[in-house]
Design a protein around this ligand. Structure first.
Ligand code: GLA
Length: 383
């Protein structure tokens, strides 16, 4: 794989690459849409991700190429950059923009990207490409950022340059992920623990709905806005900074300070999902996968009915899973509105699971899903 990429680099840029970095995608086991509410989340890095081959050049330009996309960009070193259309290279350009904004000196570089995370599938292909770029720039330009600085910088990339008001979970997981471990991350304090992700006889299946994601970014920002509205209302009665600062009992006492029923539902999801994560972390530590799986199903129901970010494609997958004894639990993962579901499937029946899910889904939805079994891998690194 990397040999072919090296040859491609040489033929595209007329020089050899000096470094190869790998930055993973991620799945979130549980704790959805609560990172931007100061909640507890449990993501893991996966073994699919983005390869970045790079070397400085003498042209004083950034030259971006991708194996996945046709569009190319050659652009000089400038004091600042702006987003151009919806092109993939906005992500690395945005990272460079934010390095410069932080007063870092950057130099012209050739960059070739190859990603095997399905794009726009909710597995954080964008955080993966951002962190790959930031990690490489940090090293090549001796910028001296810590890993946590890079995570925060890439969150600003999403919020300020790309225009998605996302939380910190994806960039964090992609950077700090560890093989066979899930991160138990408190998004208010950024304290985290890498906990053993014991799956016993089960494996982690990732099912891509293959639904083209439309309006996902504006719907996402709408949910963030609804949570802010709920917080403002609750603050008239409570001294809190985030929705996840309260438990469900306190929420029930004060929920009528929120006027809109829809906003009340959003807040209820957030508060209860946060409690579910605490519960799920205890069940995982006790190797109680059945209980963990039940909490995954409960999380999905809440995302479907209260938070309204699922859809018939994701629901069809989760419904199929719930009908099988060899699946401990399943739920949508990531932002939703299409994208991927995850399921804990008995290892020895995975083939049967895949063989039956594909026609079940295709008959109901009109096209096939993609089914993968994934390992939990490491965070960003030079390879
Ligand atoms: C996207 C965002 C994350 C998080 C999830 C939902 O992946 O980038 O910050 O909010 O959605 O949990």
């Amino acid at each position: 794989m990397t040999e072919q990429l090296q040859e491609r680099f040489q033929s595209l840029f007329g020089q050899q690459n000096q470094h190869t970095f790998f930055s993973p995608g991620r799945v979130n086991l549980i704790g959805e849409h609560i990172d931007y509410n100061g909640g507890l989340v449990m993501p893991c890095a996966i073994t699919f991700g983005t390869y970045l081959l790079t070397a400085p050049n003498k042209e004083g330009k950034f030259r971006f190429r991708s194996i996945n996309f046709e569009e190319v960009l050659d652009i000089g070193v400038q004091p600042s950059y702006q987003k151009v259309g919806e092109y993939w290279y906005n992500y690395p350009v945005a990272v460079i923009h934010h390095f410069i904004k932080e007063g870092k000196q950057v130099q012209g570089m050739d960059m070739l990207f190859y990603g095997n995370v399905p794009i726009g599938s909710g597995l954080s292909s964008s955080a993966s490409i951002e962190i790959a770029t930031a990690y490489a720039l940090n090293q090549l330009c001796n910028a001296g950022f810590s890993k946590l600085d890079l995570v925060k910088l890439c969150k600003r990339v999403e919020n300020e340059f790309i225009g998605v008001n996302s939380g910190i979970m994806d960039q964090f997981a992609v950077t700090f992920g560890e093989a066979s471990k899930a991160l138990k991350l408190d998004c208010e304090t950024l304290d985290y623990e890498a906990v053993n992700c014991f799956l016993g006889d089960y494996l982690l299946a990732i099912i891509n709905t293959n639904k083209p994601r439309k309006l996902a970014e504006s719907k996402y920002n709408e949910r963030v806005g609804e949570c802010q509205a709920a917080l403002e209302s609750l603050k008239s009665e409570l001294d809190i900074n985030y929705l996840c600062d309260i438990d469900s009992e306190t929420f029930d006492k004060h929920k009528d300070s929120i006027e809109s029923d829809v906003v009340k539902d959003r807040a209820e999801h957030v508060v209860k999902e946060n409690e579910r994560v605490n519960h799920a972390a205890r069940e995982l530590a006790a190797h109680n996968l059945h209980k963990f799986g039940e909490l995954m199903y409960a999380s999905h129901e809440s995302l479907k009915n209260l938070y309204e970010v699922s859809g018939k494609e994701l629901d069809t997958i989760v419904e199929f899973c719930s009908l099988r004894d060899d699946v401990a639990g399943a739920r949508m993962t990531g932002a939703g509105f299409g994208g991927c579901a995850i399921a804990l499937v008995k290892k020895d029946s995975f083939q049967d699971f895949e063989d039956k899910l594909i026609p079940y889904y295709t008959e109901k939805i009109g096209y096939a899903p993609s089914v993968y079994s994934s390992l939990i891998g490491d965070g960003v690194k030079e390879i």
